[in-house]
Design a protein around this ligand. Structure first.
Ligand SMILES: Nc1ncnc2c1ncn2[C@@H]1O[C@H](COP(=O)(O)OP(=O)(O)O)[C@@H](O)[C@H]1O
Ligand SMILES: [Mg+2]
Length: 237
């Protein structure tokens, strides 16, 4: 029995003739937060899009022993993969409630106990169900994007820079929510520019460089050896 929830092997992806992903390989296990780090433009977002089938791709994507890379995009969330896109992409003209309902992929409605769990985890959303998404603060919109991905109880969530543009306080709340979702057994592949947040959240980290995964490192090792981070990202921690 494979212990991996998600296995990506030698994934290639293209924008037109531009060969952006040139062999990305990584794994995520159940209940694990795995970081995908790298400088701007190396292909982190494209990796998540390729897993979700949102871009032409080649290579293997295996989720719960099923080959996903042959499936069209609309079938992939139904397998139990949630996606929090970069920039949140909530619907500004929809209410909070309507935005949440967009996250349901196989059901027409969510059972009351699941909704209660979502509102326990994201109380601000429960208080604003009738408010239009576009009138929420950046942090609230991010909570909404995460809750929308979580509402179908996926086994895996791909999150693309959930802390982008948030205040340190809101970033801390997002981090806590990620940990709560992880504690329920969900695997998370986390693209993150904020290295401190990544190190505080992840068990393992992959460093990407220009279309490939260059190295896999245990987060504990990175916390001990800050020079490794500097070498891959060119930033001091
Ligand atoms: N829609 C697109 N059309 C053409 N090129 C793109 C598009 N989106 C991204 N790229 C290019 O693909 C590369 C990887 O982009 P991206 O995956 O967004 O990087 P990251 O998320 O790591 O910052 C970059 O060189 C970027 O310019
Ligand atoms: Mg990106």
């Amino acid at each position: 029995m494979p212990t991996e929830l998600l296995t990506v092997r030698d994934l290639h992806a293209y924008y037109g003739k531009s060969h952006v992903l040139q062999g990305v390989s990584l794994t995520v296990r159940p209940g694990e937060v795995v970081g995908l780090l790298g400088r701007n433009g190396v292909g982190k977002t494209t990796t998540l899009k390729a897993i979700m089938g949102l871009i032409t791709r080649r290579g293997q994507v295996v989720f719960k022993s099923q080959e996903v890379s042959v499936l069209p995009a609309h079938q992939i969330p139904r397998l139990g993969i949630g996606y929090v896109p970069q920039g949140r992409h909530i619907f500004p003209e929809f209410t909070v409630w309507e935005n949440l309902m967009v996250g349901l992929v196989t059901e027409k409605t969510a059972p009351p106990e699941r909704l209660a769990a979502i509102f326990r985890n994201f109380p601000v959303l429960g208080e604003r169900l009738k408010q239009l998404g576009g009138t929420l603060s950046g942090g609230e919109q991010q909570m909404l994007a995460i809750a929308r991905a979580a509402i179908s109880q996926p086994a895996l969530i791909l999150m693309d820079e959930p802390s982008e543009g948030l205040s340190p306080l809101t970033r801390g709340i997002v981090l806590e929510r990620i940990k709560t979702i992880q504690a329920s057994g969900v695997g998370i592949l986390l693209v993150e520019q904020n290295v401190k947040l990544a190190l505080a959240t992840c068990q393992r980290v992959y460093f990407m460089e220009k279309g490939v995964v260059r190295q896999e490192v245990e987060a504990a090792e990175l916390r001990r050896d800050k020079e490794l981070v500097a070498r891959y990202l060119g930033v001091e921690v």
